[in-house]
Design a protein around this ligand. Sequence first.
Ligand code: ATP
Ligand code: MG
Length: 557
Amino acid sequence: MTDNVVSGNNFLRTIVTEDIASGRLSGELVTRFPPEPNGFLHIGHAKSICLNFGLAEQFGGRCHLRFDDTNPAKEEQAYIDAIQEDIRWLGFEWSGPIRYASDYFDTLFEYAVHLIRNGNAYVCDLSADEAREYRGTLTEPGKNSPYRERSVEENLALFSDMKEGVFDEGHCVLRAKIDMAAPNINLRDPIIYRIRKVSHHQTADKWCIYPTYDFTHGQSDALEGITHSICTLEFEDHRPLYEWFIANLPVPAQPKQYEFARLNVNYTVTSKRKLKMLVDEKVVDGWDDPRMPTIAGMRRRGFTPASLKRFCEMVGVARSEGVVDVAMLEHAIRDDLDKNAPRAMCVMEPLKIVITNYPSEKVEWLTAPGHPNRDDLAERSLPFSREVFIERDDFREEANKKFKRLVLGKKVRLRNAYVLLAESVVKDADGNVVEVHCTYDDASHGADPADGVKPKGVIHWVSASHGKRATVRLYDRLFSHESPDRGGEEFLDHVNPDSLRVLEGCWIEPSLADALPEASFQFERTGYFVADRVEHRSDAPVFNRSIALRDTWNGGQ
Ligand code: ATP
Ligand code: MG
C-alpha cells in the first residue's frame, strides 16, 4: 500500500496542479461525487467524498452531488436522504442544488438521436444470449449484429417506438456503433438504452427506456461542466468509451476521467450489495447498525468526522489495488477520542462495596478532571457515599502480587476518591460474593493514606445511591475473517459471533445520564463510548462502545 501513497501531495493533487500550470484548467476546478442511491454509503465512499470535496476545497473549486440514478428498480428515496445526511455529517456541502442524472434524461435522449442521425447508433434486436455470443471474448473479436446496418430512418422510428412503449422489455436495445473487433470489449457496440417498464423515483412514469450508466455518466459530467471526473479503477477500461461519447456528441464541455484504487479494508466488507444482504438477512439491525462500515453505522458507533477524514488522508490515494489494515482506522478513531472525549466512570459488571466506617446519610461531592490534559473540558462532580459499585473483576478474595486491584485484607484507591481496605465479604447461598465490606481512610482523598501504606492500584467506581442504571453495548469487529469480501456469498459465514454483547445492568456516574445523544466519553479503564444517537434517553441511558482503549483483537488483552 505505502508504495503508491504520496502523502500530502497525492497524484490527483499533482494532476490538478499541473493542469492549472499548463492552462488546461483555466477556470474553476469542478468535481462531483456521484453515488447511485441503491444503499447507504460506506467507508470507501467516505474516501471518495474526501477526495472529491477535498480537492475542490483545496483548489477553491466546487464539488457537485449527483445521484447516478439510471437503475430505478434498485433505487430509493430513503437512500437519497441518508446519503445527503452522511455527506453533511462528514462536514462537506455540495455546490448548488442536488443533481440527478435523471435531470438529463431529455438531453440524453436527444444525444442518442444525434448518434443515430450520424450513423453512430442503431436499434438491435438480438436477444441477450445472442448478443453475448456476438460480443466475442478477450481473445477473439466480436461479430457485427445483423441489425447493424439499419438505415437512419428505420433506427429513428424504432427508437421512437421504444420510447413510446411499443415493445416489451428485452425486445430490443439501442447500441452505439463503434467497433465489434475492438480489443477493448467496452467499445464493441455497447448498449446505450434499454427498455425498462419501471417507475422512477424522480421521473415517475415518464420513461420506459433508460440510458445505461456508461452513456449517462460522462455526458452528465459534461453538462455540469465537471473538469475532473474521478472514479475508481474498475472504470479504467471504460475510459475510451467515455471519451468516444464526448468526442461524438455536441456536449458543452470536455471533462476528463481519472481513476484511483478503491479503498479496501481488511475484516470489512465494502460492497453495497453485500451490506444490503447483511441488512436483509438481519445479521445486523439495519444500515446504521454500529457494526456496519457504513458512514451512518460508524457515526452511531461513535466514530467522528475528523477521525474518518484523518484516516482517508492517512491511507492516501493509490493507483493500484491494496488492502488497508482496519487497525489504522481504529487508531485514527482512538487517537481523536483520546484527545477530545471527556473522562467518566461506568461500572459494567457491578459488585457492591459497603464502606462500614462511612456515615450512612453522608454524601460528598468530589471533583474530578474532565480530561487529564484539557483544561477547557469542565471538571465533574462525583457523589461519594457509603455504598459504591466497583467491577466484579476488580475484586478477589485472594490474589498474587500481580493483581493490583482490591483483595481481601489489602488496599486499593478509588479513582478521584479515597483509599479502601477490604475487610470481609458477604456471600449468597451458592458461595458467590455479593458484597465486600471495606473501611476507608478519611485522610486519603488526594493524599497518601495516614498509615503510609500506599495501595498498588486505582479502580473506577460509581456511588450506589446516586449512579444511574444504563445499557452498554460492546461492539467488536463484524467479521472474524481477514478478507470477508473475497469471493461470493460465503462472506456471511465469517460473521464474528461475538460482535455484540449487551450489558443491561451497568452503573454510570449520574451526570452521564444527561449526556446528549452522540456525545463521546472515555469510560476510565474500559474504553471509548458514545451515547446512542437513536436510543439514549436520560431515564434509560444507552452507550455504545466505539473502540477499546487498546487493541484487544486476538485476545491481546
Ligand atoms: P459498491 O461497489 O459498494 O456498490 P459503487 O462504486 O457501486 O460501490 P457508487 O454509488 O457508484 O457505488 O459510488 C459512488 C462513488 O464512490 C463512485 O465514484 C465510486 O467510484 C466511489 N467508491 C465506491 N466504492 C469505493 C471504494 N471502496 N473506495 C473508493 N471509492 C469508492
Ligand atoms: Mg457504482
